[in-house]
Design a protein around this ligand. Structure first.
Ligand code: ADE
Length: 254
């Protein structure tokens, strides 16, 4: 996969791309990531990328010209152009999985109060938001998106076992899974807090059952809406029935 990022703060990406998964995936050729300075696609002395909004109002709007030029220079027939903004469709694990099959992503990071709407209409194939909160720009969102997509590329993780584990245990996202069960490591006792005895028992069947029930209970308490699309066994449903009698959930915000 090739990823081209277009931003007015290209140096925001230097450190995050130099550690961990993204660094390794770049070094091993799993992904090729380039960051482009939007100001490189301006032609005036001040390298202007924004202007006042037509119709008045506070703040500045990113001009269409430099963004159109930058994407024209980078786009190929197979490219998918993604605009990051709080107005976009919600980026979820399911969307990340859809993007894995793309050969080339062009990621546009918005800034200021917004981006000229002609970018969303004419340049972007997809407008995506990473959540219902407002960041001051798309850069942090672009990093979240890239990390979620790149770790799904073949060869990005040491072994595909970790990915399988994600879906078996349902490492929590909402793409049909449950939240993950709690994990513990040594020491078995720490500051008076004991690791649950079943994990030390060596009884693998009991451990599996305990983990499944913990995942179900967590999901039920924290993200009950995920249970509507999670694949559940008859045993799971029976366990949840028992929970429903025992646990009162706080009222849900809509
Ligand atoms: N830019 C500002 N806020 C954003 C968000 N929540 N998601 C994606 N891009 C953004």
């Amino acid at each position: 996969m090739r990823i081209d990022i277009i931003s007015i703060f290209p140096y925001m990406f230097t450190s995050p791309l130099s550690y961990g998964l993204l660094k390794r995936a770049r070094e091993t050729g799993v992904v090729n990531i380039s960051v482009h300075d939007l100001r490189g696609f301006t032609h005036d002395k001040h390298r202007t990328v924004d202007d006042y909004p037509f119709g008045g109002g506070p703040g500045m709007v990113m001009k269409p010209g430099p963004i159109f030029e930058a994407t024209d220079a980078l786009r190929r027939p197979e490219s998918q152009v993604v605009l990051l903004s709080p107005q976009g469709r919600l980026f979820t694990q399911t969307v990340a999985q859809e993007m894995v099959s793309r050969e080339h992503l062009i990621v546009l990071c918005g800034r200021y109060e917004g981006v000229d709407e002609r970018v969303a209409l004419q340049v972007a194939d997809e407008e995506l938001s990473i959540g219902d909160y407002v960041l001051s720009g798309g850069e942090v969102a672009a990093l979240a998106l890239m990390e979620a997509v790149v770790r799904l590329l073949p060869g990005a993780l040491g072994s595909s076992l970790s990915l399988q584990e994600d879906s078996l245990s349902g490492a929590g996202w909402g793409g049909g899974g449950l939240l993950e069960y709690p994990q513990y490591t040594r020491p078995a006792e720490f500051r008076g807090l004991d690791v649950p005895g079943v994990l030390l028992s060596g009884d693998h069947a009991q451990v599996r059952r305990w983990r499944r029930e913990q995942a179900l209970e967590r999901t039920y308490r924290r993200r009950p809406e995920l249970l509507e699309s999670a694949p559940l066994t008859p045993d799971d449903r029976q366990f949840l029935k028992k929970l429903e009698g025992a646990v009162t959930l706080p009222a849900r915000e809509e």
